[in-house]
Design a protein around this ligand. Structure first.
Ligand code: NI
Ligand code: MN
Length: 225
């Protein structure tokens, strides 16, 4: 599996021969200004919730890739209403795809669309394929529900927000990694704006002290997982 980080909470995963892109937000992110949006490939775009910092570039990337957009019904319904019809709406639960299964799991956060319309529940994703499994928590605080993740399978890695203020901070995320029984976590949703600025060396130490690894790929970097 290969993961490419596009800044904030946007990342792509190549898995089981497919390209999955999560939470596209690049054009509004100064630190991601070197990312060429038009060069991003995606077979699927998965949206954790409706906030602008997770969906701002969904239309430009969906139009250029014809990707299938997956999200909770209220989010995909809104995307369809704006004119992009290649969507599958689901709800908290599991769905089969041509690369494996997509399970939307609860996230404790809020969700509304950029125009203020209702965004349904925010969510995370558990992706399971023949090549491997991973968990993306989405924007969330630490929740006891994360203890259910290992019941769905062994996660090869997890992607979690670590910026605090709106989501988990590193101390929360290391407990979330324990709940999910996941040794490797890719940290996202940090350092984009002052409220979510963190000391990355301290964050990595928190994970190391707990016997886990916090991976912080540079924006534009691809790592093998
Ligand atoms: Ni959010
Ligand atoms: Mn966010």
């Amino acid at each position: 599996m290969k993961l490419t980080y596009y800044g904030h909470a946007c990342f792509g995963v190549e898995i089981a021969g497919k390209k999955l892109l999560f939470d596209p937000f690049i054009s509004g992110n100064d630190s991601a200004k070197d990312i060429e949006i038009g060069s991003i490939e995606a077979d699927y775009i998965l949206l954790s919730h409706g906030h602008g910092d997770h969906i701002a570039d969904v239309f430009s990337i969906a139009d250029s890739t014809d990707a299938l957009v997956i999200g909770i019904l209220e989010v995909t319904g809104w995307v369809e209403k704006q004119g992009y019809k290649n969507c599958i709406g689901m709800n908290l639960g599991e769905m089969s795809t041509d690369f494996g299964t997509v399970r939307m799991v609860p996230a404790s956060h809020t969700s509304s669309m950029p125009d203020g319309s209702y965004g349904g529940n925010p969510a995370g994703f558990v992706i399971k394929t023949d090549e491997g499994n991973f968990y993306y928590s989405g924007d969330t605080c630490l929740t006891m529900d994360m203890q259910l993740i290992p019941r769905y399978g062994k996660m090869d890695f997890a992607v979690m927000p670590i910026g605090g203020h709106f989501t988990m901070n590193p101390s929360d995320a290391v407990i979330a990694a324990e709940f999910a029984q996941c040794d490797r976590v890719v940290g996202v949703h940090y350092n984009t704006w002052p409220p979510i600025a963190i000391d990355t060396a301290e964050a990595q130490k928190i994970f190391k002290d707990a016997g886990r690894e916090l991976l912080l790929p540079a924006i534009g970097e691809t790592i093998d997982l």
